[in-house]
Design a protein around this ligand. Structure first.
Ligand code: IMP
Length: 187
């Protein structure tokens, strides 16, 4: 069985500690709760990477809210590069028409996945649609997307942990770290 210590050995640098993440998520929750006071919010999260962020963020927003989950995957590309061609594996389970929707994402890299999702969700006629991402890598952006709530801006490095994976591993790390390039060398 793989031990957490073995997973941690593949990490070159811890970028965001568990404490830094928790504190920033609490800030975001306060900001979102203030902005949506008096309204009923629907949080839409995208599996699987956003799972820990969604679970922590929703508990920092003391408003009546609904949650829904989508799962998408990109065609082609590699384990570290998204192709922008998105396939919906799991769709919303309820209508978001006339709802105030906040899309909760783990990371925006090129922005291609999010661009697709925003268009898709707009097509469902929500009353409003805003974007909240824990991590933002603006250096790699290929499409311009307005981000309403951002946890951390990070450099152009491939990161794992707190939901983010490489080849489906490392999601259970409690921090966000930079994967040693030798782990994905030869990809
Ligand atoms: P985009 O379409 O290039 O913005 O990529 C978005 C998706 O790629 C994210 O939701 C992640 O699943 C994945 N991704 C992008 N950068 C990273 C990273 O540094 N680590 C792990 N996954 C990443």
């Amino acid at each position: 069985m793989t031990k957490t210590a073995d997973l941690e050995a593949d990490i070159g640098e811890i970028l965001l500690t568990e404490e830094a993440i928790a504190s920033r998520v609490a800030d975001l929750g306060r900001q979102i709760a203030a902005d949506y006071a008096g309204r009923t919010l629907t949080l839409v999260s995208v599996l699987k990477g956003s799972l820990p962020f969604m679970a922590d963020l929703m508990r920092q927003i003391p408003l009546p809210l609904r949650i829904d989950l989508m799962e998408v995957s990109s065609y082609g590309g590699t384990a570290t590069e998204s192709s922008g061609l998105v396939r919906i594996i799991k769709d919303l389970s309820a209508s978001i028409a006339d709802e105030d929707v906040l899309l909760v994402e783990d990371i925006i890299d090129t922005g291609l996945t999010l661009n697709y999702l925003v268009r898709y969700l707009r097509g469902k006629n929500p009353a409003s649609l805003r974007i909240c991402t824990l991590l933002d890598k603006p250096a790699r952006r290929l499409v311009d997307i307005p981000v309403d709530y951002q946890g951390f801006e990070i450099p152009d490095q491939f990161v794992v942990g707190y939901g983010l994976d490489y080849g489906e591993r490392y999601r259970n790390l409690r921090f966000v770290g930079v994967l040693r390039p030798e782990v994905y060398a030869g990809e």
